[in-house]
Ligand binder design. Sequence first.
Ligand SMILES: [Fe+2]
Length: 395
Amino acid sequence: MSPSAITPEPTFTVTPMKKTAEEKHDFGATVTGLDLNEISDADVKALSNLIWTHKLLVVKGQQELEPIKQWELVTRFDPTAPKVHSHGSVKTFNKEGGLLSKARDVYGIPGAENVRLVGKGYQGPDHYGLKEITVKKPLSHDWHCKPQAEGEFEAGNTRFQRWHIDAPLYARDPAYFTTLRCIKRPTEPQVNIRWDDGSGLEMKSEPGLTAFFSNVQTYELMSEEEKKIADHSWVEYAPHPYMWMGNCRGLTTGLGVATEGREKKLEELGDYDPKSVKTYPMVWVNPVTGEKAFMVHGICARKLFLRSSPDETPVVVEDVGEIRAFLKTIQERVLKPEYIMLPKVEEGDIIMWANWQTFHTAVDYPDSWGPRTMHQANIGASTSPVGPVPIPVAV
Ligand SMILES: [Fe+2]
């Protein structure tokens, strides 16, 4: 732990998560003894450093958290950021969200619009002012390129929905952290998550949890030659990326999309501001620990600029099939049960993760198992991700 990560001393308790002998993931901690309705500036700072250090925290016992306090906490993590959710207002999200808004209903909590209700099913007569809401568009598995066989999903066999970072990748920068409070979810029976890619891999989980892997570990699994390229290279994302790839279909593992010529042409995207197009380093350096994470959101990547040293002219890869093949060989190494964590979040717990260091995904379960209610909030960051080597473009 770096010195900045342990100063100031928090008033709450942090316990690193236990893992079994088979598990190789190396992140996550549990926080107890903290009331997020009444948190001091010193504890906000400590919490922030701990999220960077552990990549993921489960803060226990926040049943009484007021939605506006969740939003205030998010803004206190990044006080100079514009005070808006990283995906903009609910109206903008529903208009420009492309794949993201097509796939799910999202509601702002009245009086705390940047706190988003995500989940599925009936949310009760009055959910923090949202009356008689039934979330009708839960996560859809129909976006995978090969559907599950008839009856498999209802029997509890499921898939990772879509591995991602919470990032608009256009106009606003990705949030440092995302916060997600669990208000309601079923806890049984278990789902069986299948890769369905010929590997035969599968893992079990309680329903309604979120899966994570660490891209610091993705980076550690790369060869020295690959690391050298990644350290010096960068990615250009599509304008309005989720509209651009909105008709694409996901691979069965949820990691990456199939190359089927379904991307929109730029002229089909309507007006866009070239200055809002995002170009980021391939590797993002953790500002607290200095760790390197391989952070390429492949489904939105339109160009790769590859080089192995600062002075080299980069090779530009514009073929999306080539881009995806390059990323797949690197990113799927970590996509193994032993590197994936599904932190057990109980009702009232709030999970907070370093969005600049990890990938996450929802895992759907049959509607008949009961409703799910989560409050999600993050804020577009005040700074852009920084790579280990300066890249010759403004970010
Ligand atoms: Fe997400």
